[in-house]
Design a binder for this molecule. Structure first.
Ligand code: ADP
Length: 402
């Protein structure tokens, strides 16, 4: 159903148009996906006011957790560790500098309404801080309509580990264990896996319990993710919550055998979860590569255009989630994600072997994709041994990624 011109601001970001489309289609509910209005509390409210179900949390829970500074306050109340940083939003650079000095450089400046790395800056000293703070404020204002910033200590070589939650409307909360999303470029995820290979059982239990506590404190329902940074043994800090399904949810589906989207729809319909924590088991290892229409040899520049040939790999333990096919034209208007390659095997070693084979067989041409980049990553011993952190790509592959 056409809801407007290609530019998102004239179509997918216009809630009235989306709701009108749902009314014309006689839909009972809307699944908001990952992007656009998926974390927009006002949209969830509009759905409710229009008698259309919103497949996600309540607007109230979304507001509480969607604002990163207020999510930090809630985490502290729920006795979940947060990264040392400012108490809430700081308005001016004059007010912020002494806080940054007290935390100790390097610090990371973040937008309270932020996402996708926008409005985020790392300052290594006072001078950088004075320059970056107003820049981040401006970027946050233009990207999110909210200039609010807060500051955190910039942690040294952490791993990004997040916990998947499902909560029904009858007070039942379960976690579906964790995912490691440390393989990032410029703080954006590229490869995700479950379980996190470097997390021991005690840390896993602690992380999952912390996420459930936070979920309960926010009176959160439906699917959600609580993100943490893990530094060294058993030390972790909550960074933010994602009040929607995430791109990387398939790795959790593969290891637990639970269809998260189906669970989301059932929860939104008011049904009970239908299973308990003890029914959720981790089985094997799943790894996902985000296939983006970007040129990894040219600064990851977007590479829109016509796909003349599209041939996906297959076989046991291989899953491809994509909308692309032969003859598909990738427009420049949307996110460059064109597919997800997910492999599932008994061990990480087997999963990596399968992934390598799939990357070799995957044919998408003539547009450029991130497939060659993943082949390069898989050839690095540090990656195959699981010895990487969130800065690994930017440090190791500097030449290709600038
Ligand atoms: P966004 O919502 O914009 O993606 P996040 O708060 O989720 O921002 O952080 C994204 C990534 O940025 C993290 O996975 C991590 O790599 C990096 N990051 C965020 N906060 C810190 C921190 N305090 N120290 C070190 N790295 C951080």
């Amino acid at each position: 159903m056409c809801i407007g011109p290609s530019a998102p601001k004239d179509s997918y970001l216009k809630s009235d148009r989306v709701i009108a489309a749902a009314e014309i289609a006689d839909a009972d509910c809307i699944h908001p996906g990952y992007g656009f209005l998926a974390e927009n509390a006002a949209f969830a409210e509009k759905c409710r006011d229009s008698n259309i179900g919103f497949i996600g949390p309540t607007a109230e829970a979304m507001r509480l957790l969607g604002d990163k500074a207020s999510a930090r306050v809630l985490a502290k109340k729920a006795k979940v560790p947060t990264v040392p940083g400012s108490d809430g939003v700081i308005e001016t650079v004059e007010e912020a500098l002494p806080v940054a000095v007290k935390i100790g450089f390097p610090v990371i400046i973040k937008a309270t309404s932020g996402g996708g790395g926008r409005g985020m800056r790392i300052a290594r000293d006072e001078q950088e801080f004075n320059t970056f703070f107003p820049q981040a404020q401006q970027e946050a204002l233009s990207a999110f309509g909210d200039p609010g910033l807060y500051i955190e200590k910039f942690l040294d070589r952490p791993r990004h580990v997040e916990v998947q939650i499902l909560a029904d409307q009858h007070g039942k909360i379960v976690h579906l264990f964790e995912r490691d999303c440390s393989l990032q470029r410029r703080h954006q995820k590229l490869i995700e896996e479950a379980p996190a290979s470097t997390v021991d059982q005690r840390t896993r239990d602690d992380l999952c319990k912390a996420a459930v506590r936070l979920c309960r404190a926010a009176k959160y329902t439906n699917a959600g993710t609580f993100e943490f940074l893990v530094t060294g043994k058993r030390t972790f800090y909550f960074i933010e919550a994602n009040t929607r399904i995430q791109v990387e949810h398939p790795v959790t589906e593969m290891i637990t055998g639970i269809d998260l989207i189906k669970a989301q729809i059932r929860i939104a319909a008011g049904e009970p979860l239908g299973f308990s924590q003890r029914d959720v088991k981790q089985n094997g290892v799943a790894i996902e590569c985000r296939i983006n229409a970007e040129d990894p040899h040219n600064g990851f520049r977007p590479s829109p255009g016509l796909i003349e040939q599209f041939r996906a790999p297959g076989g046991f333990g291989v899953r491809i989630d994509t909308h692309a096919h032969d003859g598909y034209d990738i427009t420049p208007f949307y996110d460059s994600l064109i597919g997800k390659l997910i492999v599932h095997a008994a061990t990480r070693e087997e999963a990596l072997k399968n992934l390598e084979r799939c990357l070799d067989e995957f044919l998408i041409s003539p547009i450029k994709t991130t497939i060659p980049f993943y082949k390069q990553i898989l050839s690095l011993e540090a990656f195959t041994k699981g010895e990487f952190d969130t800065g690994f790509v930017d440090r190791t592959l500097q030449v290709d990624t600038v």
